[in-house]
Design a protein around this ligand. Structure first.
Ligand code: PEP
Length: 259
């Protein structure tokens, strides 16, 4: 992390877990133990039906609520989909875009991710744009090429004045939900590489200001070491964000000295 130049963001991704009633229970427990300091931004991205409950519960806290996906179109005949305006009107501040589960299971392409990023930014949402390599790509030594392509394609058309509003999450697919975490060195190397791609596309100032998160089995035990890396500005957390005590410990790990 480097709190001097950029925000630290700890974001939860609940995926398809918890009902609205369970959301209420979680928020009550979470609010009771939420650390008082203001050392990082906290986001909880929850299933669409849980958004109103989550927003209501977190109204007077610094926790921003987000969605896990959205449609790139403004409105229309897209049965089952949710627009950016619906999310902002419901009180969302964040939206996860291009999670590997959406890319793998629902065929989302880099072009889809790009369209959604542009729509989210126009609506005033903070997109958490995900990228990451498969194990096969890592073993073939093409991790950085693959990620550079995802970043370039995902950010196409994002203007100089909007790039700092994008949060990028590096999530190696082999580490998501597997209990197999990237080593701090592996995660640092790619997050540094992502910053270099942003530097080339935009400028050193923008690269220094953008928050790059790590995601992939981050938990209360490994968070401190991962967040100690200079280019890892926070985490996107699945499983451990479902348990208030674990998620709070990760938020607390963001309260460590930085350069
Ligand atoms: C995720 O869902 O983005 C994720 C990183 O999940 P987990 O922390 O469970 O690996």
């Amino acid at each position: 992390m480097n709190r001097k130049y950029r925000k630290t963001v700890i974001a939860g991704n609940w995926k398809m877990n918890k009902t609205p009633s369970e959301t209420k229970e979680f928020m009550t427990a979470f609010k009771a133990i939420l650390p008082k300091g203001r050392w990082c931004d906290v986001a909880l991205c929850v299933p669409a039906v849980c958004i109103p409950t989550a927003v209501r519960a977190m109204r007077e806290t610094r926790v921003g609520i987000g969605a896990e996906n959205m449609n790139a179109n403004a409105s229309g005949a897209y049965t089952g989909e949710i627009s950016a305006d619906m999310l902002t009107d419901a009180g969302c501040k964040y939206v996860i875009i291009g999670h590997s589960e959406r890319r793998e299971m629902y065929g989302e392409t880099d072009a889809d991710v790009n369209a959604k990023v542009l729509t989210a930014l126009n609506a005033g949402l903070t997109p958490i744009m995900c990228c990451g390599e498969t194990l096969e790509q890592r073993e073939a030594g093409v991790t950085m090429e693959h990620i550079a392509m995802q970043i370039k394609m995902g950010l196409r058309g994002v203007s100089e004045d909007k790039i700092r509003k994008v949060v990028i999450a590096y999530e190696p697919i082999w580490a998501i939900g597997t209990g197999r975490t990237a080593t701090p060195e592996q995660a640092q190397e790619v997050c540094e590489g992502i910053r270099a791609v942003v530097r080339k596309l935009y400028s050193s100032k923008n690269a220094r200001a953008i928050s790059v998160l790590y995601g992939g089995s981050m938990n209360e035990k490994n968070a401190y070491e991962l967040l100690a890396q200079p280019d890892i500005d926070g985490g996107l957390i699945g499983g451990a964000s479902l348990v208030p005590e674990k998620f709070v410990k990760i938020i607390e790990a963001a309260n460590q000295p930085t350069e």
